[in-house]
Design a protein around this ligand. Structure first.
Ligand SMILES: [Zn+2]
Length: 160
C-alpha cells in the first residue's frame, strides 16, 4: 500500500510539478504551490544520487521551525520518548548472559587482596565495593581473570 501511494505521488510530481521554462528547470513547491528554480530546494540524497525536496527551502525551514518549536514547548513529549528509548535499550541488554553477569555482580561477596595475598577487605558484592570507588565491572573482570584491578587482586568469596 505504502509503495503504491508513493509511486502515484511521484508520477503526479513528474507531470504536474516539473516545468521547463526557457531551458531552466522549475519545480512547484508542494506547500506554497509556487514555481521555483532548483536552487530554492534542498537536495535529498537518494540511491541514484540526489533529488530536490518536495518542499522549497523556505517551506522546509518553516516546517522544521514549527516542528522543533512544538517539541520544545512540550518537554513531556520529549522525556516520554527518551524514556521509551532508554527502556528499549535496557531491554535489548537483557540477554541471559548479561542477566547472569549482573546477578553475579550483585550477589557474590568479593574479597580485596593485596599482592602479598593479604585479605584487607570483604564486600557483600562487587557493587557494594563501589562505595570505596571501585567499579563493579572492573572487580568482576579481575575475579574472573585473576588480574590486578586498581593494585589489588580480587576473588569471589566462594572461590577461596
Ligand atoms: Zn514552498
Amino acid at each position: 500500500m505504502k509503495t503504491k501511494s508513493k509511486k502515484t505521488r511521484d508520477t503526479a510530481w513528474n507531470t504536474q510539478q516539473h516545468v521547463y521554462i526557457e531551458g531552466i528547470e522549475f519545480r512547484k513547491c508542494s506547500k506554497c504551490k509556487e514555481l521555483k528554480t532548483l536552487d530554492k530546494y534542498i537536495l535529498i540524497p537518494t540511491k541514484k544520487g540526489s533529488k530536490p525536496d518536495i518542499y522549497c527551502r523556505n517551506c522546509k525551514n518553516k516546517y522544521k521551525r514549527e516542528n522543533h518549536g512544538y517539541i520544545r514547548k512540550d518537554p513531556k513529549l520529549v522525556s516520554a520518548t527518551r524514556k521509551r528509548q532508554g527502556k528499549e535499550a535496557k531491554e535489548r541488554f537483557k540477554t541471559p548472559e548479561m542477566l547472569d553477569f549482573y546477578r553475579k555482580l550483585h550477589a557474590k561477596a568479593v574479597l580485596c587482596i593485596t599482592y602479598k595475598g593479604l585479605i584487607i577487605k570483604e564486600y557483600d558484592s562487587a557493587k557494594a565495593a563501589g562505595i570505596d570507588g571501585f567499579k563493579p565491572t572492573g572487580i568482576s573482570v579481575a575475579c574472573n581473570t585473576g588480574n590486578l584491578y586498581k593494585g589489588f587482586y580480587w576473588k569471589f568469596k566462594k572461590d577461596v
